[in-house]
Design a protein around this ligand. Sequence first.
Ligand code: AHR
Length: 508
Amino acid sequence: MVLLLSSILVFSQNEITTITISNDKNAPIISKHIYGHFAEHLGRCIYEGLYVGEDNKIIPNTEGVRNDIIDALKELGIPNLRWPGGCFADTYHWKDGIGPKEDRPTIVNRWWGGTTEDNSFGTHNFLNLCETLGAEPYLSGNVGSGTVQELSDWVQYTNHGQISPMADWRRENGREEPWNVKYWGIGNEAWGCGGNMTAEYYADVYRKYATFMSSWSNEAKIVRIASGASADDYHWTEVLMKKVPYHLMEAVALHYYAVIDWTVKGPSKDFDEEIYFKSMKAATKMEELVTKHVAIMDKYDPEEKVALFVDEWGGWYDTEPEIANGVLFQQNTMRDAMIAATTLNTFNNHARRVKMANVAQVVNVLQAVILTDKEKMILTPTYHVMKMYKVHQDAQLIPTLFENVDYTLGDEKIPALSVSTSKDKNGFIHISLANIDSKKENIVEINIETLDIKKITGTFLSSKKLQDHNTFENPTKVEPTDFKDFKVKKGILTVKIPAFSVIVLEGK
Ligand code: AHR
């Protein structure tokens, strides 16, 4: 199999693959926002996860948000956080989460377990949290059950610096300066929980909402994000690109989950190799999906005015049964590390058009980077991959081209290797490599002559078993270690990539 990504060449022969590095000076910058996160009112993500309440005396917190999570997300270099949904967003009325907490009405979380929430975590909590994290907030607006006025009021509340009804109300609620929220989703999954709309109908609805979010020429430079396609619904992207004028739309979303079968998603930790293979087959499909959605966008928008935001991605399995209110709670194993590594390589390599991505979700839900149990907190293998890969944030892509090797199970084959390479502002080169094969080591040879590298160090993530994961009793079972299994001779870097492992090399 030959995978053409640009100009790194990887030739495959048995298990040996040779890589040549490109010298393309015009390659795109990998937006740091590809390393974004998503927090929905769902299960134990917000309540019991991020937010334990301002009055909590047992778990140290800042304005009710756990300090250990704040520290862990800062360490990850979290660039943005999407909130409040997901499907929840199209039921959420932001004004119910403003003002004295005791006066706030309740909301029934109809999509996720029917729990009654007290609206104690609202706009101020979320935007202050983003400030504390140094992350850009991404607010997902209610189109399905809201109004144009409600959404445009939210923009005024968060962003208006002068006298205005909403800005004055914000000041009454204790916040003088606007937060200047840049990223605004106009509905979520409009084809499903966001209103079961057709693409054609949503495009018109979108145009109306987008009109009232900003000024004539969008001087505030907010980024309006159209609710995008599910997986391979290329018609959806085509209709949006055709029907929405580009001065009204800065980004189109795409949602895709690595799921093996929506009716039987399989266990999150006690899976066998067949299920692992199916998950990897689903995960590696992201490359095809992004390629095809981007091709449609290129056709209508050759000047690249509209970005692609993959604002929900991750592995989705059956909910772990033993957790109370654990809607969509799943364990996170080496399988998730492999999904994260290959998916992030795909996004890096598509940095020309993919400007944001959000793993679903940040705490206790789906492919979470953090899991909590009362005062305990653990970091998952996915967290470790994202931390290893953060070196690519805002670095310049060094495009790659390679002939892949197969990971074979029975009669089926999927590409085993993925790679992405970048050069950061300080001149450091980073090469991230993932081998998803469950049994076979793969060896790559990379021609690094053009990179002027004098010293290389490496970080490595793997474990004994695919099913290995961190627990509250053993929180460091899966953790990155130093990687040294490489050598350089006459400009050729040779790396042995063990089965189901992730490596990030740094060269200077
Ligand atoms: O992330 C969980 C759910 O998946 C989101 O609410 C929805 O947008 C998607 O279907």
